[in-house]
Design a protein around this ligand. Sequence first.
Ligand code: HEM
Length: 565
Amino acid sequence: MTRNEFKLGRVQSPLDENESGTVTVPSLSERFGSTSISLPSLSMINNSYSFPFSVFILGTSYFFWRYIQHKRSAPHKLLMPTSKQTSWIWGNELKIFQREASEIYVEWAASLGLVYRIKAALFQSDIIIVGDNSAAQHIFQNSYTYVKAPAFLRLVERLAGKCLAWAEGEDHKYQRRLLAPAFTSGAVEAMTDDIFSCVEKMSQNLRTLTGPDANVVDMAPVISTCALDIIGRVGFGHDFESTEVKAIRSAWHQHVVMSRTFAGFMAPILISVFPWITKLPLPVFRDSAVRPITYKLAGRLLSENSGNTNVLHGNDILSILVNSRSDSKGDLEAQLTTTELLDNIAFFMMAGHETTAVAVDSLLLELAQNPTIQRKLRHEIRTVASLDYHNIVTLEYLDAVTKEGLRLHPVTAATERIALQDDVIPLKQAILNENGKTVSSLVIKAGQVFRIPWTVLNVNEQVWGSNASQFIPERWIQPGGVPSADKLPHGPWGGVSSFCDGPRTCIGYRLAVLEIKIILAVLMLSFEFECTEAKIVQYLAPTLQPFADGKPVSMPLKVSLVPDL
Ligand code: HEM
């Protein structure tokens, strides 16, 4: 199947756009061959019944039908959380939402095994939670058979539109091939000077906020602004103005706050069950507050640069996207549409900075909580005469700290996939099911939804040892500190699962790792970080965001200048 066939609508991503521009969601049976109900359109409902009555009838029939489905399907009789942890209507989803970061997945894995099932909200079929290395690898390596689940795709679409992270099949392959040159080792190495200059700017600003005596500084906006500067510079050749930074940060703040409300919890679930609900005039069902801001900025970047062949000669994201039009030699079907261009620019603007910023936040907190590790890291960085690309990538302890941070703090909690066909999934470790039988592989049906929580893969005690949940960078250096690569989660970097795996591996992982290392190195040279009294926890919103004493996107730390050598 060609990308053109995708674009012509013969096979599309699970959310299709029809000719009039409205979004229709094919039922699972249409897309995936499993049984599903088809919902009448809103206009049909209005013709036949009054609106509230038809919603009631539809809702009741739907719930009844799902209830019967649920009773029939119990994949493999896998173990599931106790009824105390399971709500009749919200399944186990509410518990997951209410708890910190991904800790509940880890707790359940400890009592139920590395593969278990949870009850989905609103009587949808059970979801299989996968924390087994071989099973996760199988799902990710076969990413065109295990596609992103519709509910998960809608989350991406509401935040960032129909970008690379949203595309499936040939469309995904095409966009991925197009953008890959912007993220090769060579391309990322060439970004080093720009990254250093943005980080130095942040360091200078931080000096004005502190002195030899510690001052409390909220590091979340400091790091986020720096990461935004970096993606602006290396991705789009653009220096974000302070008003643009303010607008993006404020929209993101709104998005995080909304994500933590009960309405924010319910909205994606309701949208996935009743796609037409987005037509209701309620703010909670609209696109994320981030989208209009980033889309407008993307439009400005695109119009300023389209046709500007003097500027757009590089391998940066914007050049590649804009040039893809002229490189297609006029073949309209082979080109990205304007919407795809804008969606990708907008998505890279957010994915290229928020993720890295959250990873650095978590690492700074770990270093503040572990002063000995912080001193050891500073000592290593001070041993090199100057910081450059070569030193940054060869510093052993810096590498170990970065790996350990990304192992324990994977930025997002989990990803979801749905099987397009029946399959047998291998397991690294056999598990016990409800009947006490040993299961050594999963025989699954098309339409089965899987959720893969990164943390379960990253803190499995059978792999990482009894201190798996502790921050111990030394494990990456000491002989035998981590098991051999074949026992670790499979992925592009260092045996941690946090960048996914297979054809949908994070395309920006090299940039992210380099950025994190440069930010840490520059900060460690000049500043010391200590904890404050504030209780800082991470909540899913929808990436794992720091909340300090309940305040969203906030990470106050005591910061002081360390004397020069
Ligand atoms: C520490 C920082 C980062 C982490 C932990 C991270 C993690 C991830 C993960 C887990 C995925 C897979 C999502 C899924 O399939 O559900 C992903 C995908 C992606 N990431 Fe990252 N990411 C980071 C930084 C970045 C950066 C800096 C960029 C770009 C400049 C980026 C761009 C992308 C894109 C475009 C995708 C979609 C790839 C595809 O579907 O082919 N990420 N990332």
